[in-house]
Design a protein around this ligand. Sequence first.
Ligand SMILES: Cc1ncc(COP(=O)(O)O)c(C=O)c1O
Length: 410
Amino acid sequence: MELIKEIAVLESGRSAWQAMEQMINSGIQDAFFVMDVGEIVRRHHEWKLKLPSVEPFYAVKCNDSPMVLEVLNALGTGFDCASEGECAKVLAMGADPSRIIFANTVKPASHINFVAKAGVATLTFDNEEELYKIQALYPSAKLVIRIRCDASSAQCVLGMKFGVEVEDAFPLLETARALGLDVVGVSFHVGSGCSDPPVFQRAIQAARGLFDAAKRIGFEFTLLDIGGGFPGNKDSSLDNIADVVNSALKEFFPVGCGVRVIAEPGRFYVASAYTLATLIHSKRRVKNKDGTNSFMYYINDGIYGSFNCLKYDHAVVKPIPLKRSKANKEPAIGTIWGPTCDGEDQVTGPLMLPEMEIGDWFVFENMGAYTLPISCGFNGMPVPEVNAFADEKTLLELKNITTLNKKNDL
Ligand SMILES: Cc1ncc(COP(=O)(O)O)c(C=O)c1O
């Protein structure tokens, strides 16, 4: 993919939002995304500023679009891959295998064989059976033990499926030792969309305990992976988690201690970069018992498309009405529905909205995380296309780094 060629330039002073309005005014009928590339670049700068000692390995599962991966590749992040397919995608861009962590603790044998061949060295595990598999297929792998440390509240809990309980971690390391495997560090994931920043302190402290215990059986750990869980929406801030992480690292893994610290941010990088525009193609008036009207609006994307995030990511979405019709009617209760024939294909419950007409639009911000990779074309409904935009400053920055990368390759 020729990165820069695929990005449309925003005229000076114009925003991705204005580009979206222009597309709507041009008569487009399909639902579509605008992607603000500058947002990803700004996020990267924010990460570097606020978590300077933590190297980001972007979680590809969150949004595996070639554009996102190419931009992050140019910016020099690492990648957290969950499968052979994700590793292959990242490697095909020319990323060095050392920039990948295969961070799925349960891996099909064929995927392990693939990464062994490709030279992806770092793999996570959290159970004994996985160790036997790795010993048989890829005994020289650099292994990272994933411990469980759940946030008290998170949008998506992961601990019920992944991570060895902290009290069971040491016996697992003893097994790895007995099998002659090379364990190099500890990882955790507190839960995606974490709203309990202090959990990072508890998890980093638990990891420190395991680093020390591992030393007793001859392991010299050099890698700490603090996982994901960082917020990504426009109105969110990295500050609270960054403060906790920075002070816990200072206490338990001070600079110069010989430990490389990485993280696997997903939604942090991409959520706010994507805005989805959906057309109201149908409308139904419902007579309420008290004589008032409410309305059902049918839009051209739903839970089998981008709004799968309502089910799988437990997302809460907020429609922004974009009226094109002139008629100015009283606000009324409205519900928003997806386009398929499934009764469950509902995007929002009852909301007080300006009365909308067929041909008006609902816009949804923060739609870049855990949306597109899971979408399907159920009922023959198309998955919205993505239109990437960047301002001139962002494009220049990307151009400079891609030329630099090319020079380094020589
Ligand atoms: C292993 C792993 N790492 C990283 C992530 C990304 O998490 P987030 O989007 O919360 O940063 C996930 C998300 O499920 C994950 O499973």
